[in-house]
Design a protein. Structure first.
Length: 336
């Protein structure tokens, strides 16, 4: 659909079947077709925002005043105005990292949600999504489930392994499905290490948190559609569009070209930028005694309690384990 729209809107040379390019090798779009094309691409992209829309297209097509057109269309989009929440940037040190493709995956459960709003063939009206995301490339698979027993989570992980490869580490929250004996035995058998995010701190798994916002938005604007069609649209929205952390799309890292480039030119990905996005927050050292954030506190209570000894630190120094604790803690929740 995207390629057809580009051909229709561009200065396409039908005699030799070639696009007309500018001096930056971008496809030139007819001035009168620019706004309609951007409108269509906004819908095809899953209603992405101004920055993502611009970065999706800037290297591949030329439209006069494209930033202004994108700004105008996104800001006037009725569905974006009605369903999207304002986004506030968080501390970049809160990001989870990986040094290679498919070595670490993040997983989370979205739901339950009411299936009666969508076309489906399930016997019950409650549904869930399980998301599995490769930390390095951000490639994401969405699994629709009608219940979230451990065996169904394991089946989805097996499908991920078949499509990609077995990860070294899987990251999840402390939900009963993930901490069950059945899950622990399965992960041990697969030689996969489990990393549980801190209790009361869902934001520590920021990747899954952002994906859940995308899922919520896509469910909101696609009522009455088939649930499996929506699953595919969610995956495309996450995987095909520009990611500000990666400076390209997840798809570009795996396939080495952008879906928005009709010429399929090779995308060079600089993996070093992955590990240079963290703030200069003071980091604890092994043996340091630290104060720990108190999650369940009132306005007049102490906000930090302590002191506890640091007994383990992750390679980059942003995750630690404290003496006597089973779970990892992010340094944003500590005071030295």
């Amino acid at each position: 659909a995207y390629i057809k729209k580009i051909k229709k809107a561009s200065l396409y040379n039908t005699k030799n079947n070639k696009y007309v390019l500018d001096n930056k090798k971008r496809i030139i779009i007819k001035k009168e077709m620019g706004e309609d094309l951007i409108q269509d691409i906004h819908k095809l992209s899953g209603h992405r925002g101004i920055t993502i829309m611009y970065n999706n297209l800037k290297n591949y097509i030329y439209i006069k005043d494209m930033p202004k057109i994108i700004d105008k269309i996104v800001k006037k989009c009725k569905k974006c105005l009605e369903y999207k929440a304002n986004v506030f940037k968080k501390d970049k040190s809160n990001r989870i990292e990986s040094e290679g493709r498919f070595e670490r995956v993040s997983t989370d459960i979205f739901g339950p949600f009411n299936l009666s709003d969508y076309n489906h063939h399930e016997k019950i009206d409650i549904g869930y999504f399980l998301t599995i995301t490769d930390i390095y490339s951000r490639i994401t698979k969405i699994y629709f489930l009608n219940n979230v027993k451990t065996k169904h989570i394991i089946n989805s992980i097996n499908d991920w392994i078949t499509k990609f490869k077995s990860p070294k580490i899987i990251i999840s929250d402390n939900g009963r499905q993930f901490i069950s004996t059945e899950m622990k035995e399965y992960l041990n058998k697969q030689n996969i290490k489990q990393l549980l995010i801190p209790i009361y701190s869902p934001g520590s798994n920021g990747i899954s948190e952002r994906i859940n916002k995308t899922i919520s938005f896509m469910l909101s604007i696609n009522k009455k559609k088939d649930i499996y069609e929506i699953v595919k649209e969610i995956e495309n929205t996450i995987n095909l569009n520009y990611n500000s952390s990666l400076k390209c799309s997840p798809y570009s890292i795996i396939k080495e070209y952008s879906i928005y480039d009709p010429l399929k030119r090779r995308v060079e990905y600089d993996c070093t930028q992955h590990n240079n996005i963290y703030s200069n927050k003071s980091k604890p050292a092994l043996g340091d005694m630290v104060y720990v954030k108190k999650y369940l506190s009132t306005k007049l209570d102490k906000k930090y309690v302590g002191r506890k000894k640091v007994v383990w630190i992750s390679k980059k120094g942003y995750w630690v384990r404290l003496d006597g604790d089973k779970h990892f803690t992010h340094i944003k929740n500590l005071k030295i």
